[in-house]
Design a protein around this ligand. Structure first.
Ligand SMILES: *Cc1c(COP(=O)(O)O)cnc(C)c1O
Length: 376
């Protein structure tokens, strides 16, 4: 099998939003090397993954609960499984839930698997695509009117993966509380990058993505946190195998991903304190690129490292360029930058997460240089 060596993080500046928060630390890589074998975290199994002390998974999960401002946490195979677990545990097929219009496809797929009807809170549309928390009130009213009861669940994408908008979760949570609807906060693009305190944000459940935002490698891993109030319902155990949590089918991720998440955790706890710097870097790049005709969509000023850009100028260059729509990919790669999908010129996403200022300046220079050398 010819699998090429991957050197994106070592040899390039990677701006792929999917990957910048899941880039592992050297310590993480060293630690997981001895855990790449199957069932590696089961050497000292005590019957369930979340109770394991060697390596200290139980202790880690307790600490994560505090870190996220919640009470109980379980590992999952990813953010999407965390969402499905909540839906499966507290709804019945045919129930209606409310979801923001910028939600990730996996929210809809999870709802479909759980047999749920989904009503969307639409975004304000182009160019900002803002989700107005008050929109939740309107849609909850619609559900009450149509079904006679409030929705069984509301899901909010704290930061969406298309425009990187940060929604006021606290306000959404207040509206949900007033209506007796629990709130599942999808933090795939927030927790692990920026400070998230679930109770302060009025969240009943938090779904997180280890491989997207907590510097976890070696596979897929997510987290599901909840409050004391919901703990029993969400983390109920099998009747016959009483140590096994039902919603993660007993144990979820069972190898290096679990260890990677734990090894990166001390770094993650520190890096969320530097969120201000991340936002500054993102804003700085947006300002520089807008000066040369590459415009940011989404809320302004930007409050997140992921930005959706739109550029008529780059598109016009591509039409004349020998490499056509692949020109931007090649020009950036020649300058040591990867992460924008090959073939895109007019609309693309970038993330500055964990780049230092020098690297962000370098990315800005690269775009300016490309535009200077390739007139439209
Ligand atoms: C990436 C992403 C997910 C999926 O996360 P997994 O951990 O891969 O399941 C869910 N929601 C949003 C908003 C995302 O950006």
């Amino acid at each position: 099998m010819n699998i090429p060596v991957r050197d994106r993080e070592e040899d390039y500046v990677n701006v792929n939003p999917l990957q910048t928060g899941g880039r592992t630390y050297p310590d993480t890589r060293k630690t997981i090397t001895s855990y790449v074998d199957g069932y590696s975290v089961c050497d000292w199994c005590v019957g369930a993954l979340d109770k394991t002390d060697k390596p200290p998974i139980q202790e880690f999960l307790a600490d994560v609960s505090k870190f996220l401002g919640m009470d109980h946490t379980l590992p999952t195979n990813g953010c999407r499984e965390s969402k499905y677990a909540v839906m499966h545990a507290i709804t019945k097929p045919g129930d209606t839930i409310v979801v923001d219009g910028n939600a990730h496809y996996s929210t809809f797929v999870a709802a479909e698997r759980a047999g749920l009807k989904v009503l969307k809170v639409p975004s304000g549309g182009a160019p900002k695509y803002l989700i107005d928390p008050e929109g939740y009130r309107n849609v909850i009213e619609v559900v009450k009117h149509d079904t006679g009861t409030p929705p069984k669940l509301a899901v909010l994408t704290h930061v969406d993966g298309s425009y990187g908008n940060v929604v006021d979760a606290k306000q959404v949570g207040e509206i949900c509380r007033e209506n007796g609807t629990p709130l599942l906060l999808n933090t795939a693009y927030s927790s692990g990058r920026m400070p998230v305190d679930g109770k302060k944000l009025n969240a009943d459940f938090i779904a997180a993505s280890g491989h997207k935002s907590w510097a976890a490698g070696g596979g897929n891993i997510g987290l599901l946190s909840t409050t004391e109030e919901w703990g029993e319902k969400i983390f109920s155990h099998s009747k016959d195998y009483t140590i096994k949590p039902l919603e993660i089918l007993g144990c979820s991720t069972r190898g290096s991903a679990m260890v990677a998440l734990m090894a990166s955790y001390p770094y993650v706890k520190e890096r969320v304190k530097e969120w201000g710097r991340e936002v500054e870097n993102s804003r700085w790049l947006v300002e520089k690129l807008e000066d040369v005709g590459i415009n940011a969509l989404g809320e302004k000023p930007r409050n997140h490292d992921l930005t959706f850009f739109n550029s008529q100028t780059l598109f016009e260059i591509s039409e004349k360029h020998q490499k056509k729509r692949y020109f931007l990919y090649h020009e950036l790669k020649n300058r040591g930058i990867l992460g924008i999908k090959s073939g895109l010129t007019k609309n693309f996403k970038m993330s500055t997460f964990r780049l230092n200022r020098q690297q962000v300046e370098y990315v800005a220079w690269a775009f300016e240089d490309i535009m200077e050398k390739n007139p439209k």
